[in-house]
Write a protein that binds this ligand. Structure first.
Ligand code: FES
Length: 75
């Protein structure tokens, strides 16, 4: 999963979300099934409350699919 060397901030509603882990989804950061046949599975994530979330775009976060600030070391 690497799209950019920075997070994408999205506004989510509470609930279960599936975020792309293969980097091939056309509607990244969401899974669209493009991982089929790769052996990679999407990040199944429970969003507990409505609000903004920061999704990692660099692939270096230790808390994937969320940004943990690791991208700052890439600049
Ligand atoms: S975008 Fe990857 S850690 Fe922030």
């Amino acid at each position: 999963m690497q799209k950019e060397n920075r997070p994408v901030i999205i506004t989510e509603e509470a609930g279960v979300k599936f975020y792309c882990a293969c980097g091939k989804a056309a509607n990244w950061p969401y899974c669209d099934g493009s991982h089929a046949g790769t052996g990679i599975t999407p990040f199944r994530t429970e969003i507990e409350k409505d609000g903004n979330v920061a999704i990692c775009g660099c692939g270096k976060s230790a808390k994937l699919p969320f940004c943990d600030g690791a991208h700052k070391a890439l600049h």
